[in-house]
Design a protein. Structure first.
Length: 197
């Protein structure tokens, strides 16, 4: 883990009472309790017109890229919209490049109204990998959002535990890209030297 890692969450839902945002807040609370500084980037506060590749500095694009680049770990949260992730998040990601996401630890969370919350996770994972991010194997898909997430928090204890574990792992694995250098600085022996190959 990096010292004092900074964890940034981005929510793909623009709804005022978004269940995705509620779940992201829970994960960020767990990250903060694990020693991180945290930030919820609210896309409603960013002027991000639909991407026009001729004008990648449009609106608040520079500010968005700056926030992502400053994070040691990024949590991407999205509602399931028609079996994939939400357009506002796609638009935000399209303003970013490997310059911002390369080597960054990324956690994924999806919230679905129905009982099948997995497709958006797979789609987001592919995009994050294309941006050279390190995606955490522990992903969270929340089904039946009308029953499992209330106004004030997650109401299903098992889902709440998974979400909090995601927040904790973002802290544990923040800066994972620098682990080899950190091991070298600590003077760790390579595996073959210790017979643990
Ligand atoms: C345009 C749209 C498409 C949706 N498509 C699906 C879907 O394919 N499968 C599903 O389970 N839920 C679907 N939902 C329901 C949302 O995933 C669900 O209400 C979720 O909690 C919304 O997240 P939010 O509260 O963060 O906005 C859809 C909702 C909208 C508005």
């Amino acid at each position: 883990m990096s010292a004092d890692p900074h964890v940034l969450a981005i929510c793909g839902s623009l709804r005022e009472h978004s269940k995705t945002r509620t779940a992201l807040r829970e994960a960020l609370d767990a990250a903060a309790e694990s020693g991180a500084t945290t930030e919820l980037l609210d896309l409603r506060e960013y002027d991000l017109p639909p991407v026009n590749a001729d004008d990648m500095a449009a609106g608040d694009a520079d500010a968005l890229r700056e926030r992502v680049a400053a994070a040691d770990a990024v949590l991407l949260g999205t509602p399931n919209y028609h079996g994939s992730y939400a357009a506002p998040l796609k638009n935000a990601l399209d303003y970013c490049k490997r310059d911002q996401f390369g080597g960054t630890t990324v956690g994924l969370l999806e919230v679905a109204g129905g009982s099948y919350p997995k497709p958006a996770l797979a789609h987001l994972r592919g995009v994050a990998r294309t941006l050279n991010a390190w995606t955490l194997p522990h992903e969270v898909g929340i089904p039946d959002s009308h029953e499992t997430v209330g106004r004030d928090g997650i109401t299903d204890p098992a889902i709440e535990r998974r979400v909090r574990e995601l927040g904790e792992q973002l802290v544990e694995y923040a800066g994972v890209d620098r682990y080899p250098e950190m091991a070298e600085e600590r003077g760790d022996q390579p595996a073959e030297a210790t017979g643990r190959a």
